[in-house]
Ligand binder design. Structure first.
Ligand code: XUL
Ligand code: CO
Length: 439
């Protein structure tokens, strides 16, 4: 036991009338929604990196958080184990079913490749024992192939193949660890898989490298019998100026190019979507349209700051819409709701970590209830069905099926005596409908 969270009692569902800030008002894990419990729908995960690794440091100053497990000068095995104790103590008190980690979040620092393998294996033994004892499951694992200075020019896209080989070692070890720990998915976020200057970058060559790297990961997944999913996490920039996995549409094109669109899906993050100039729900619906929806890293940005602030989500309208499209796509299968979110730097107490997660989980619960209500009557679907009905028969169906060619379609148009009338898209009416649903 770390002792750091001892003054926080396990967080309970107390209902909307509760005034206790350290209680759930809406997240009621056993509540049934559309035939599944809230817990099963949402599959909430706590991320290891922001919650337990970050000490509050930013580019202007050091870490104000003073977490006891950061007290040791070096992140050695003892420090890694203290962090692990604290993490599972936190999970017990919050009661969420899953967690996510990067290899370097959980393990003691390593410099050499052999040290990396040894240190990861050492902590994975400990994680396995913790998971068995506490019951918290692994949603997904990932290798941090962006923080170490060896990755300044990318991991798999590095001009130096030895760097790509080190990245391959990290991914192999982390994928195997994820498999061993029963993870549902494995994420690849290409933090430095992109470039800062086109003047020194061979873009085509780098994308070939990334494509082959991804194919190797998929081959290895099948070789070891990992039954979970592999997801790319799109982001347009930060840390690099241009990242190759900029948004869902770009990732799909990339997957198609390398024949991996049936093997790899996406882990969508709202703050990454907005950085790419997309809305969160657009990214979810694009992933549904391409059949590559996987998982979500829930957070939000700040419209004034305009960078990846990774804040806990609090926009009910946006989250309701995203949840509606998630449910419409079939809901989470192996994926879930990972809070890739961090408390603000001034929120330096243990209890702030709870407030962040409680707020996020209550928000998801409300969004789920709203989305279920939307699906029950499905006003949007009915509206869209009527709007596109023309494509179900006649010339519309003939165009789509390919049974009519351009000349035949043009001949159909010539039969008309006038230009087709414009039809209202009823945007304001539908927006009003959403405003009235969100509660
Ligand atoms: C970075 C980010 C990562 C990934 C995992 O913006 O979101 O934490 O989720 O590497
Ligand atoms: Co993320």
């Amino acid at each position: 036991m770390s002792g750091y969270f001892d003054h926080i009692d396990p967080i309970k569902y107390e209902g909307a009338e509760s005034e206790n800030p350290l209680a759930f008002k809406y997240y009621d894990p056993k509540k049934l929604v559309m035939g599944k419990t809230m817990e099963e729908h949402l599959r909430v995960a706590v991320c290891y990196w922001h919650t337990f690794c970050w000490d509050g440091a930013d580019v202007f100053g050091g870490g104000p958080f003073n977490r006891p497990w950061h007290a040791r000068k070096k992140n050695d095995q003892k420090a890694a184990e203290a962090k692990l104790d604290a993490a599972f103590d936190f999970f017990d008190r919050l009661g969420q079913p899953f967690f996510c980690f990067h290899d370097v979040d959980v393990m003691a620092n390593a410099e050499t490749p052999k040290e990396h393998v040894k240190n990861l294996a050492k902590i994975v033994d400990k994680i396995e024992a913790k998971m068995e004892k506490h019951g918290t499951k692994l949603l997904w694992g990932t290798a941090n192939n962006f923080s170490h200075p060896r990755y300044i020019a990318g991991a798999s896209t590095n001009p130096n193949p030895d760097v790509a080989a080190f990245a391959a070692l990290q991914v192999k070890e982390c994928l195997e660890a994820t498999h061993r720990l029963g993870g549902s998915g494995y994420v690849l976020w290409g933090g430095r898989e992109g470039y800062d200057s086109i003047l020194n970058t061979n873009v085509g060559q780098e994308m070939e490298q990334l494509g082959r790297f991804l194919a190797m990961v998929v081959e290895h997944k099948h070789k070891i019998g990992f039954k979970g999913d592999i997801w790319i996490e799109p982001k347009p920039h930060e840390p690099t100026k241009h990242q190759y996995d900029r948004d869902v549409g770009t990732v799909y094109g990339f997957l198609k190019q390398y024949g991996l669109e049936k093997e790899v899906g996406v882990n969508i993050e709202p703050n990454h979507a907005t950085l790419a100039g997309n809305s969160f729900e657009h990214e979810v619906e694009m992933a549904n349209a391409f059949g590559i929806f996987g998982s979500i890293d829930f957070n939000r940005g700040d419209p004034q700051n305009g960078w990846d602030t990774d804040q806990f989500p609090n926009d009910l309208r946006e989250t309701t819409l995203a949840m509606y499209y998630i449910l419409k796509g079939g809901g989470f299968v192996n994926g879930g709701s990972n809070f890739d979110a961090k408390v603000r730097r001034q929120s330096c107490d243990a209890e702030d970590l709870f407030h962040g997660h409680i707020g996020g989980m209550d928000l998801l619960a409300r969004a789920l209830i709203n989305a279920a209500e939307m699906i029950e009557t499905d006003t949007l679907q009915a509206f869209k069905d009527a709007r596109y009905a023309g494509w179900k028969s006649g010339i519309g169906a003939e165009m789509l099926s390919g049974s009519a060619n351009l000349e035949e379609v043009a001949a159909h148009a010539l039969k008309g005596n006038s230009s087709p009338d414009p039809v209202s898209g009823r945007q304001e009416m539908l927006e009003n409908y959403i405003t009235n649903i969100v509660k």
